[in-house]
Design a protein around this ligand. Structure first.
Ligand code: UDP
Ligand code: MG
Length: 202
């Protein structure tokens, strides 16, 4: 039995914690013969009832655990806390607002079993974005590629599965001003080239 950590940074997400939990349970039930999971929430200094929701779920289901940051540090630092506290053989990092569909985790697990250590989801289309947003995004990545010594993948977001070895490598990086997308590339490891397609709104 392998343990999968599902790490979720959350800032003012009180209405999303329970729906996300329910979707995750539904998905992980489908593979319960092979995997157990821990749902690791990082409360990033929320001002609403997010922490109470996490506490209540933890009382009910001990697969739910949480880290409560002392203030709002921003998503990148909250994700780093997730790497620090994860116990899994692999970790999936995803947003709390269900813009990353939990069902995609099943596909990610298959690729992990094939030997990929960094499985990333790529958005299908940049739906709902203006031409200006699309154009500036393209330009941003083109400039980034010129100045960075490592390739950073355009359109690949923070919805990904990382093998424990990647998580260990990321834990060595203690930058506080983090650009995690760049760090994923920096650490190397075997990445899936034909990315998992998903999420117009990744
Ligand atoms: N988030 C966080 N700290 C923040 C802002 C956001 O932990 O200061 C979390 C948020 O709760 C969500 C994820 O980061 O789980 C992505 O945030 P959001 O949906 O606002 O970003 P976008 O959809 O624009 O990428
Ligand atoms: Mg969002």
């Amino acid at each position: 039995m392998k343990l999968l950590t599902i790490s979720v940074p959350a800032y003012n997400e009180e209405t999303m914690i329970v729906p996300l939990y329910e979707r995750v349970v539904e998905v992980m039930d489908q593979v319960k013969e092979s995997y157990t999971f821990e749902l690791l929430f990082i409360n990033d200094g929320s001002k609403d009832g997010t922490l109470d929701q996490m506490k209540a779920l933890h009382e009910k289901d001990n697969r739910v655990v949480y880290v409560d940051l002392s203030r709002n540090y921003g998503k990148e630092v909250a994700m780093a806390a997730g790497f620090d506290y994860a116990k899994g053989d692999a970790l999936v990092t995803m947003d709390a607002d269900l813009q990353h569909p939990p069902e995609v985790i099943l596909e990610m697990l298959k690729l992990w079993e094939l030997g990929y250590e960094d499985v990333y989801a790529k958005r299908n289309r940049r739906e709902g974005e203006t031409w200006l947003k699309k154009a500036t995004s393209k330009l941003y990545y083109r400039i980034l590629q010129k100045v960075a010594r490592i390739p950073v993948l355009p359109d690949a977001g923070d919805f990904r599965l990382l093998d424990k070895r990647c998580v260990e490598a990321l834990k060595q990086m203690r930058e506080s001003n983090r650009y995690t997308k760049g760090l994923y590339s920096w650490i190397g490891f075997k990445k899936n080239r034909s990315s998992v397609r998903c999420c117009p709104s990744l």
